[in-house]
Design a protein around this ligand. Sequence first.
Ligand SMILES: Nc1ncnc2c1ncn2[C@@H]1O[C@H](COP(=O)(O)OP(=O)(O)OP(=O)(O)O)[C@@H](O)[C@H]1O
Length: 469
Amino acid sequence: MEQYWERVKSEMKHSLPDHSYRMWIQPMGYQASGSNEVTLSCPNSFSKKRIKENYLAGIEAQFTKLGLGQIKIDLMVETKGVKKKASKAATQPVNGGECETPLLSFPRRPSRPMQMALPGLNIRSDSGRMLKKGYTFDRFVVGDNSDFAYSAALSLAQTSSVNNGAIYLLSDTGLGKSHLSQAVGHHVISQGFSDKVYYVTAEDFTNEMVSSIKNNTINGFKEKYRRKCDVLILEDVHFLSGKDATQKELAMTLDYLMDAEKKIIFSGCYLPDDIPKMNEQLKSRLTLGMVTKIDPPNFKTRVKILKNKSKYDGFVIPNDVTEYLAQELCDNVRQLESGLMGVARKSALLGEKIDINLARGVLSTISRNKKNITVDVIKKLVCSEFSLSEKELVSTSRKQTVVKPRQMAIFLARKYTDQPLKTIGRSFNRYHATAIYSINAVEKKLKQQGGFTEQMNYLCRKIESGKAL
Ligand SMILES: Nc1ncnc2c1ncn2[C@@H]1O[C@H](COP(=O)(O)OP(=O)(O)OP(=O)(O)O)[C@@H](O)[C@H]1O
């Protein structure tokens, strides 16, 4: 029967998209069989559920096609003591690892004993930023919008296999890219798989490279990322736009890491192909793994997220208030969280009970203005503040006095409207890629915290207070 299972797998490999096969079917293992019954194992309960919902009927049909009649498939979750039986493709299990998912790459467990991290604390990754304490898999609420990204990240975190160990998390702002990518880091560290988790933004990577060139320590920099890193989490990939030297260095680093079967998680708001001034070598490496998109959550998932967050933060929020917040705040999860915090803080400050009226008060400014802010409103505001005509703003002029307000307006349109970037670009007579370039340029200037930031804050205040309307 085990051989029949291998044949079923090979049939499914041809009939399913490659990523679906690699994610769901390849990690399954044959366990046992009886008369008209086969037991197959899945790496974790999440994949068991997904396989049951989406692939079980197909697997049973493939057994029937092989002339075995009606076969009933029993699914079980692999546990420490019940490992998948070795097949040619399977790799060595991780010592002590709870699950084994031979889907993506996995660094070997270091031979020296490692202390496990305490749960619920911020963890410093071996290099770069802290991993935020709440950004773990168990705190991530999975909905239809994010289940593929969640399971890809979880598989990457748990897997002990070779092959492609990269995922690219793609979403608009505030939808959980950082949460999921850091969850991989937390999992790897807390399970004791490795402590060489490097969590950096593309900007950190660039700055570190530039300073290592200045200080003549570039060899150390290369050595660190190419040979001493087991898990690389690289956020905000779009920041690399136009940074030629960094792109080349990163492409080389990725070759080393991929050859050594390390784990790599990229995140960004745009597909690599849509990022302007990105060289082809880097683009192709960024998409070597799985590109998984996180969409905005639907109402049901927003309610779940709010309930989950209230539970962890110790807020008691009546159901009608939770549903009201979920109804009104539908752009992204960050917005949902700040609405919840706003309600809890206002109630604590005023000593009032949390009810619909209090929630309405908190949300009224945000939602009233949001509904009325359009790209045209933003264009008018920027034109009047910089004494430009609308024609000049959308013209081909490269004068700094026009380029700067234009970039600011594009940035504001992205921040305050729900328009897709293509539409925003078109409103300024620009391509999608140029709109991305403008947003990057503004984000970079904002980090310098100078007069530019003050100007931008001033415009934001005008928009948020309704004075731009
Ligand atoms: N599905 C989810 N379940 C629980 N919390 C979530 C979920 N998605 C996002 N969050 C929370 O929403 C907030 C914003 O998420 P995160 O920072 O990961 O977004 P992002 O996509 O990286 O945004 P940006 O592109 O602006 O950096 C975080 O506090 C995160 O914990």
